[in-house]
Design a protein around this ligand. Structure first.
Ligand code: NAD
Length: 303
């Protein structure tokens, strides 16, 4: 039987701080396919995440349908806004949530992975994080600082991950990031330069697929996910309405489950997808294919 087999592979999933988002679902799918999974967690969210794990509050989510449970091999502190520790402001480094976390920069995590698992100790890397401090502002009202912060945290962070983790990986590794349709079409309310950041992320996926493919044989792909009420999406504020809108207008009307994104990710990151790189795959119940609302007859009846 043809199946996704990631046994003997190690994955690093950046952007997991609870069990409610795509990063967790991808980590679970990868573990379900046999991979060992380490995660990178934003330091301000790490204390709560560690407590939830320690107290068993995530046990149900860490359990597969057959009753077996997986555990993260290691949780690394990662603030993807910083490529190296010296670029983080002193004030941040000395703050309560950062000061005992060691080197939380992207290079710091790469160094720790190398130290812990050796050269070639990582096979798969996932970038499942985004941040745009002015996301609630229309682009017309976005400051330069807010725009560049969105680009830095949500797009450049992926380039930096590919730069810095590639040498730690076995040749023929696989990268994946998460994007959103607002990169291609207008989604009012997804502001602050976040749509620009996702457009950059998708473009970078293609260029990095070429460059990292030629240099290390790594593949680089992106999943453009449909709306899902994760913690990050809920913070933007209108996710419930978008999910309802998708229900009324997607080819497949059932709400998107994080598990579906996890499964698509596990495929793209597996040897089964060895011929696929530089792709942005829509996992959105088909919404991207629509040009007008499904109830076009209702609209036409308005006259
Ligand atoms: P989530 O809240 O599960 O994940 C976002 C994570 O990013 C959080 O764990 C947060 O702590 C982390 N993070 C924020 N800033 C960080 C930083 N500087 N360094 C390290 N980590 C940082 O939410 P999610 O919706 O699953 O988001 C995962 C990815 O999916 C994001 O790229 C998001 O844009 C994308 N996406 C989400 C949706 C959706 O509707 N939820 C749709 C399409 C794409």
């Amino acid at each position: 039987m043809l199946g996704i087999d990631l046994q003997g592979k190690r994955a690093f999933v950046a952007g997991v701080a609870d069990d409610g988002g795509f990063g967790f679902a991808i980590a679970k799918a990868l573990a379900g396919a046999g991979a060992t999974v380490c995660v990178g967690t934003w330091p301000p969210a790490m204390g709560i995440f560690e407590t939830l794990l320690r107290r068993g509050k995530l046990d149900a989510s860490l359990t597969f349908e057959d009753g077996t449970k997986f555990a993260f091999e290691k949780v690394y502190a990662l603030d993807a806004e910083y490529d190296t520790l010296d670029l983080a402001p002193d004030e941040l480094r000395e703050s309560k949530r950062y000061r005992d976390r060691g080197d939380f920069s992207i290079q710091g995590v790469a160094d720790q992975l190398r130290e812990e698992f050796g050269e070639g100790g990582v096979d798969v890397v996932v970038h499942s994080l985004a941040n745009g401090p002015e996301v609630k502002n229309p682009l017309l009202e976005t400051s330069r600082a807010g725009y560049l912060a969105a680009l830095g945290a949500s797009a450049y962070s992926f380039t930096s991950l590919v730069q810095r983790l590639s040498p730690v990986m076995k040749p023929g590794g696989a990268f994946l990031n998460l994007t959103y349709l607002a990169s291609e079409r207008v989604v009012p309310g997804y502001g602050g330069g976040m749509s620009s950041a996702k457009a950059a992320l998708e473009s970078d996926t293609r260029v990095l697929a070429f460059e990292a493919g030629r240099k290390w044989g790594h593949r680089v792909n992106s999943i453009s996910a449909g709306p899902y009420a994760s913690r990050a999406a809920s913070a933007i504020g209108f996710i419930g309405h978008i999910i309802e809108y998708y229900k009324d207008n997607t080819p497949i009307p059932e709400p998107l489950e994080a598990r579906e994104v996890g499964n698509a990710a596990a495929f793209l990151l597996s040897p089964l997808a060895s011929g696929i790189t530089g792709v942005t795959l829509h996992v959105d119940k088909g919404y991207h294919a629509m040009a007008v609302p499904a109830d076009i007859e209702g609209i036409l009846r308005r006259d």
